[in-house]
Design a protein around this ligand. Structure first.
Ligand code: SF4
Ligand code: SF4
Length: 176
């Protein structure tokens, strides 16, 4: 079992290369592998959907007055596990990597925050809790905090399972 996510693809990427990844995955991944990937992607999606209302409320509370918005950081990208997850959702894809060239800001950042539903964001944008949000979480009930920790654990498990399931084909996908 793969124990850690790779940083592969965490870099600016032309949109053609982004599309090529998904076209290649559709071409080379056998039907049984795609069927095996699907439940892991669905499990990640369900867990992110459960986190979403609390995270929306936390953002509504903390982001408007933020002096150093995290979305303006330059190092936020989709990685390989994100891209396998998006592929396995079998839904319309985001336009591309967060930026096509270094120095650009994230293409999904709009005047009122992220324009992507949380389930389509890079996972780093989901698990990251800044200090004010971490404080907000520590003020929640112990039961709620355990549930959040369980959801993060579940997401990590299923993201690693996506990589594991596709592992025989990863060298072909890494080259696109
Ligand atoms: S999540 Fe935290 S760091 Fe990011 S914009 Fe909101 S308050 Fe600022
Ligand atoms: S994808 Fe959305 S949440 Fe992530 S950095 Fe870009 S604007 Fe922010």
């Amino acid at each position: 079992m793969i124990a850690e996510e790779t940083s592969l693809f965490r870099h600016p990427m032309p949109d053609g290369r982004w599309r090529n990844f998904f076209d290649t995955a559709a071409r080379i991944l056998p039907r049984d592998v795609r069927s095996a990937l699907r439940p892991h992607a669905s499990a990640v999606r369900r867990a992110v959907e459960e986190l979403d209302p609390w995270m929306d409320a936390a953002c509504a509370d903390t982001c408007p007055a933020c002096q150093d918005p995290c979305c303006t950081a330059g190092g936020i990208f989709y990685n390989l596990a994100d891209m396998l997850y998006l592929f396995s959702l079998e839904e319309a894809l985001p336009l591309g990597q967060t930026r096509t060239r270094s120095g650009q800001s994230c293409r999904y950042l709009g005047p009122r925050g992220c324009r992507l539903p949380r389930i389509y964001r890079p996972y780093v944008c989901v698990w990251f809790l800044c200090e004010p949000q971490a404080r907000r979480l520590s003020g929640e009930s112990a039961r709620f905090q355990r549930r959040v920790a369980e959801l993060y654990r579940r997401i990590r498990h299923h993201r690693l399972a996506l990589l594991d399931t596709a592992s025989p084909f990863l060298p072909l996908l890494e080259d696109v």
